[in-house]
Design a protein around this ligand. Sequence first.
Ligand code: COA
Ligand code: AMP
Length: 632
Amino acid sequence: MTYAETYARWKRDPEAFWMDAAKAIDWDRPPSRALFDDDAPLYKWFADARVNACWNAVDRHVESGRGDQLAIIHDSPITHSTKGITYRELQTRVASLAGALRAKGVGKGDRVIIYMPMVPEALEAMLACSRLGAIHSVVFGGFAAHELAVRIDDCQPRAIIAASCGLEPGRVVHYKPLLDRAIEQATHKPDFCVIFQREQEVARLVEGRDVAWHAFQYGVEPAECVPVEGNHPHYILYTSGTTGQPKGVVRHTAGHLVALSWSMKNIYGIDAGDVFWAASDVGWVVGHSYICYGPLIAGATTIVFEGKPVGTPDAGTFWRVIQNHKVKSFFSAPTAIRAVRREDPEGELIKDYNLRSLQALFLAGERADPDTVQWAEEKLRVPVIDHWWQTETGWPIVANPFGIEPLPVKRGSPSVVMPGYDVQVLDEGGSPLPAGTLGAIAVRLPLPPGTLPSLWNADDRFRQAYLTTFPGYYETGDAGYIDADGYLYIMARTDDVINVAGHRLSTGAMEEVLAAHPAVAECAVIGVADSLKGQMPLGFLCLKRGVSQSPDEVQKEVVRMVRDRIGPVAAFKTAVVVDRLPKTRSGKILRATMAKIADGQDFKTPATIDDPAVLDEIGAVLKGAGYPAAQA
Ligand code: COA
Ligand code: AMP
């Protein structure tokens, strides 16, 4: 069946389409129907089914004879080690960990925070929670203690599973002290913490609260899979919104399983026994969907990579991993490919490896610039497939359905809309715009299985943030257009979210930190174009009159404050001091105009501006600070 036929089949009868896709899942009680819309616009999928995610990701493959196949390959160029775990071993390890968690009182519906680097134990912790019907929330290791504390207070975990440390090139990330500080800061206290001690840094355990990963599993009864309702929350994953309070995206169990299973086959072209590699992190949605659950549900082998595209040890690392583990589909971020290209522009290192196993490179997380796509196509000689989605959706909205039929690639476009999604480009009043016209990208409700049903304990915020601007639609927060052939182009965000090295960050959250500096009267943070990371944050500070500190000192302090409060991942390195910020007459800061000035783009002075002279002042300060930066 072609892509067009597949999409038309979904459009004609979504219920039949998803019930058919659901056949790929092992149910304890099969669903009687797919969509439950009694509480619209909050939707549920396969709600009357009973199912267990861990069973579908692990146990069923052992039962069907894949026990000796590798489920996980851990490849760490940082520790110079490679290790394989078969499906059978994974089953034993996960059942044991789940048994130990159960023995300490963790059960269905309890939240468990996971704060771990790229080690297989991170996936085991996720699967052990799934096994019990406990709801995990993985927190990315690049966030600071405060961000962890915010998440602890929001989801109120019964337990936290953490590693003693993470390893960045040339630096040990001290997870345990960060964890201790976060628990100290948080109002909610977990009953206990499980600490996975890594040999690179063994952490001190807090007596009465912390247990060691191995010791606490001693002598426990392994746990069986606990079937849960189809709409039982599988996990919560926090993502950046417009404020410092992150949004707790909820993922329901059954829809997640069905959608991931469909996408592995039809988008990524992966079957049982294949090797799939997403070079992301378990702390992001890519890590949830396509390092952990997607490949394992498919019965494939997944790679857990602890390294960077460059510097561990060189720009040939990706190609080594693909060769050594016979990777069939590889998923990365454009920024990572740009980093590789910068180090190895001619792709000389690619020639050192045999990449015959590789059938496609998938890119997501930020806009894939045509130049980078073309470079990768020429050097790797496989299709390079941009695809667009979000933490909220959990799987691609727009992609090139490689597993159905590879469509012609139009560089700069993530291609066409996937079954399940009815994507429209809307004007400000919510009316669909014709092809080729730029507008807000929205998806007609209901969203398909696997997408967010709501935010954790925040239905009102969910409605407000996503469903209110365009009634009947989900607002994606991205702007763009669809061409006459149905190819989508993503052009910008419509909110204050920026994308730094494929990481989604909130400028609002950074502004909250800057505003807390005693010398700062007013501030703004924008994203400026960066040739490697796509965007970098840039702060603007208006200082209080009569402050004794030098602007230089304040600038350094706010940079440190953002690193301490949000974390190194914010990559906040620069702030400039200005006399005043450009604002509308109603007091709204004109961030988009400031970003255009910093990027050296043409801009129209907004009609609503209070004093146009401020734009010249901003331009002069930015020029003095080296903006627009020369883009390599
Ligand atoms: N734990 C702790 N710190 C982390 C971290 C983690 N898991 N991940 C990143 N950091 C730190 C980095 O060490 C760096 O710290 P520094 O300021 O001390 O140098 C900081 O956060 C910024 O990291 P990053 O933006 O990733 O930049 P980088 O300079 O380390 O690497 C790239 C640049 C392009 C190589 C890298 O960003 C990359 O590989 N990106 C791919 C992104 C990706 O896969 N995104 C997932 C979406 S699909
Ligand atoms: P995240 O939730 O972290 O996955 O970030 C989602 C956001 O990243 C999207 O809303 C887009 O703004 C951006 N994004 C992700 N993939 C792409 C892509 N292929 N092209 C353009 N932007 C993308």
